[in-house]
Ligand binder design. Structure first.
Ligand SMILES: Cc1cc2nc3c(=O)[nH]c(=O)nc-3n(C[C@H](O)[C@H](O)[C@H](O)COP(=O)(O)OP(=O)(O)OC[C@H]3O[C@@H](n4cnc5c(N)ncnc54)[C@H](O)[C@@H]3O)c2cc1C
Length: 425
């Protein structure tokens, strides 16, 4: 394959961004900022899939992946206890055994250390990717900085997390250790029973991730960004008057562009002709339940370590988001996961009412918990920006910045060799 050619001047270059989640909209804004002509294509409204209902945290501390050396020994209890945050659909497991086996292979200690350090370096650049977008879209009012707390019910699990917390510290994450009195002082509405905690002092939260995507979208169209409410079915190389690429749309028409950036999260492999069909992309499904108008019970997001969930005050209610369900993209929502989050919410807080809404989202996940931010193996006109697993809200800004640098023909400031699309070959 030919190496990347120097891009024509940005205002002569038309980029198609496929997918209008937080990653797609961040790429779109960064490219508009650099002067490119940009069209976003998505058959769903912006920010209505996984970027809609997440736990709202700019989790720049989250360098330790779900892959953990003790995951294999913990699997039986995680899978078969009635009250569990992890579940695997047996049919999906059988049909996607290679992905599961690869995920477990990346649970070996040296591999976890490598992943943690790779993510850690990218997370250090969170603000350099996000802050210019906050500025550009005047969305300061959608952010709050009170840190993020982790709470532990048992000192045994706190001790077990010691190695992970040391890895965070090694990756420049700042945190303060808390005892039960500190937890009560900071968050007096949490029911007693949490003995240990951590406060990630520098973490921020978004008050509503859907409102953030809406704000990005509004600024994008106000700044000559274009939007086509269409799904993309395939991408072909074809010299047309409009550019090197021809995108087949769901309405039967074609759309021409010079370059395409694929930002379809867990759905990215469904597009034909982009060179993604061999990538081991799957989804870790996650849920939320939300209690309308109960957000004043918390000052900041709180992660309950043993329960695998975050309680987050949003501008519409108190949200309990979490669980990992390996069950693919097409199965309907599992009521057991929703009931699990509801039960945990009532264990954590005195909530009078029932939850007002629930939601299922699809974290896009590779077996090594690292995203792909790279050219397609097939073409330097097609770029990939997907697979951000549990931290796509956090990493969207820096991903957009890196994509803009690649399209400009510059070497990104961040080392992106760990996010290569060829690493699974
Ligand atoms: C329960 C839960 C809690 C989470 N909490 C956090 C958190 O606190 N902090 C954090 O950083 N991250 C969090 N995440 C992860 C984060 O939400 C995701 O990583 C992120 O939303 C992924 O964004 P995305 O833009 O890649 O994908 P999506 O938001 O899924 O967007 C993909 C877009 O592509 C579109 N699309 C799909 N197919 C096509 C096609 N063929 N043509 C055109 N468009 C197409 C879809 O319609 C969609 O709009 C959480 C996730 C879950 C599930």
């Amino acid at each position: 394959m030919q190496g990347p050619l120097p891009t024509k001047s940005p205002n002569d270059t038309h980029i198609a961004i496929v997918g209008a989640g937080i990653v797609g909209m961040s790429c779109a804004l960064w490219l508009r900022k650099k002067g490119f002509k940009v069209t976003v294509l998505d058959g769903n409204s912006p920010g209505t899939i996984t970027s809609y209902g997440n736990a709202c945290i700019i989790a720049d501390y989250a360098c330790v992946p779900v892959n953990a050396p003790n995951l294999i020994s913990r699997l039986p209890s995680l899978l078969f206890s009635a009250n569990r945050p992890l579940s695997i659909d047996p049919f999906h497991a059988i049909t996607h055994l290679p992905w599961l086996m690869a995920f477990l292979r990346h649970c070996k200690a040296p591999e976890v250390e490598r992943i943690t350090n790779t993510l850690g370096k990218l997370l250090l650049e969170t603000n350099s990717g996000l802050d210019p977008l906050i500025e550009m879209t005047s969305s300061q009012d959608l952010f709050k900085k009170e840190g993020c707390m982790y709470v532990y019910q048992s000192s045994v699990s706190y001790k077990k997390a010691k190695a992970s917390n040391q890895s965070r510290a090694d990756n420049h994450v700042q945190f303060t250790q808390l005892d039960s009195n500190d937890i009560m002082d900071l968050e007096p509405n949490i029911k007693p029973g949490f003995d240990k905690g951590l406060l990630f002092n520098n973490a921020r939260q978004v008050l509503n991730p859907k409102h953030l995507v809406d704000r990005y979208f509004q600024t994008f169209v106000e700044n000559q960004g274009h939007y086509l409410h269409q799904h993309v079915l395939n991408v072909e190389h074809q010299r047309t008057s409009g550019g090197n690429l021809s995108l087949a749309l769901a309405n039967g028409t074609r759309f021409a562009a010079d370059k395409a950036v694929i930002c379809c999260g867990a759905f990215s492999k469904t597009i034909q002709g982009i060179g993604a069909n061999k990538l081991p992309l799957d989804t870790e499904r996650g849920y939320h339940v939300q209690f309308k108008n109960q957000q004043s019970l918390l000052n900041r997001p709180v992660g309950w370590a043993e329960a695998g969930l975050y309680a987050t005050p949003t501008n519409e209610g108190l949200r309990f988001a979490g669980t990992v369900e390996i069950a693919g993209l097409s199965k309907p929502a599992n009521p057991r996961n929703i009931a699990y989050l509801n039960n945990k919410a009532h264990q954590m807080f005195a909530l009078d009412e029932s939850y007002s809404s629930d939601w299922l989202g699809y974290r896009p996940t590779f077996p090594d918990s690292l995203p792909v931010i790279d050219y397609s193996p097939n073409s330097h006109d097609i770029l990939f920006a997907f697979g951000h697993q549990h931290i796509g809200l956090t990493l969207a800004g820096i991903t957009g910045k890196i994509i803009a640098e690649l399209i400009l023909g510059n070497k990104p400031e961040v080392d992106i060799s760990g996010f290569s699309a060829r690493r699974f070959e």
